[in-house]
Design a protein around this ligand. Structure first.
Ligand code: ATP
Length: 326
């Protein structure tokens, strides 16, 4: 009920009368007043004006499921939202509930991650309550081979949503980082459980440095946040919801063909590596070249200095700029 109340308050520009709310929920004025009181205790600023009603004036920066669901306008993704105060990793949690039969589209969000994961066993480090840590659980009826391309879809959804929410020019660093002013603000980790020709589930996790004010040690060289780029804090829930809504659209397009034929040009339009020199770091092999972006399979097409053109698959590879992170 609180989710619905929040949605009504948020979506009504004018005051919502107590009477309207009583009718909408089929409860007494006292019950409405109590619910409003609970929201106020949770940090919502709600103005109550006699003979006019209630109006929401300020929303706390929380990632509760009621905050997320009251903003969400997706078709199906995120309709089940699990908010955790603390967890080792949202991907681990999503995998666990996937094994137990959780529905496709389930969204897991956390306030605190004690063992956030990056690719290849690396770690994702984030302070509590200021950033986004979330994972979507999916069960696509596609071949397992193309599933890792969903990482690229999430990078697109994140970059587009950051642009829409902040007006800043976020770019994608192939395959899965989002960068702002040359600093990494987002990491994505896709994990899968599959048989040879059947996917049990895929979890796509994303960490975004939203309102983080500074970074410790080594990380300060490469990491940035939306706050540091924008100079003001934004609502994590608003951004998270936008990402889910956008990802849903990209996902629906992707699963039709299992490749990126309808999406790769859009991806390349936001890919910071396009038209630049890159250093490709494969296990045991480092070389440089130039790239104009990805192909339909999501591979980065690189013209090596020796003249050969190669298509690189994301799995074990990192790319860097010649003189820095991008
Ligand atoms: P790259 O392409 O930059 O090598 P990756 O895709 O292999 O990165 P990820 O899995 O996205 O790496 O993220 C893990 C790495 O990101 C860590 O090794 C660390 O260097 C860096 N990192 C960890 N936490 C953060 C953070 N909050 N913000 C930015 N970077 C981070």
């Amino acid at each position: 009920m609180k989710t619905k109340l929040l949605r009504i308050l948020r979506e009504t520009k004018e005051y919502v009368s107590g009477q309207q709310l009583c009718e909408c929920f089929g409860v007494s004025r006292t019950a409405v007043w109590k619910m409003i009181g609970q929201l106020k205790e949770e940090g919502y600023e709600i103005e109550a004006v006699k003979n006019r009603g209630y109006r929401i004036v300020n929303t706390p920066d929380v990632m509760s499921s009621q905050e997320i669901l009251s903003r969400l306008h997706s078709e199906w993704m995120g309709h089940k939202c699990i908010h955790l105060t603390s967890i080792d990793s949202t991907n681990n949690y999503a995998r666990k509930i996937a094994e137990e039969g959780a529905l496709a589209g389930t969204l897991v969000v956390a306030d605190e991650q004690t063992a956030g994961k990056g690719r290849r066993g690396r770690s994702w480090e984030t302070p509590d309550h200021v950033n986004i840590m979330m994972t979507l659980l999916l069960r696509p009826r596609i071949h397992p081979g193309p599933a890792p391309r969903m990482t690229l879809l999430m990078a697109m959804a994140a970059a587009q949503s950051i642009r829409a929410e902040t007006g800043l020019e976020a770019f994608i660093k192939w395959p899965n980082d989002v960068v702002l002013n040359g600093k990494k603000v987002c990491g994505i980790l896709t994990e899968m459980s599959a048989e040879v020709d059947y996917i049990n589930y895929v979890v796509v996790g994303i960490g975004i440095n939203v309102n983080q004010e500074s970074f410790p040690g080594e990380l300060a060289r490469t990491a940035g946040s939306l706050y540091l780029a924008l100079g003001k804090k934004i609502s994590r829930a608003a951004l998270a919801v936008r990402i889910v809504e956008r990802f849903e659209k990209l996902y629906e397009t992707f699963v039709k063909t299992e490749d990126l034929r309808e999406l790769y040009e859009e991806y390349n339009g936001m890919c910071i590596n396009c038209g630049r020199q890159v250093q490709v770091r494969e296990p045991g092999n480092v070389y440089t070249g130039t790239t104009d972006g990805i192909n339909e399979k999501g591979e980065l097409i690189v013209r090596r200095e020796d003249g050969e053109t190669v298509c690189i698959y994301a799995g074990e590879v990192s790319v860097r700029g010649l003189y820095g992170y991008v």
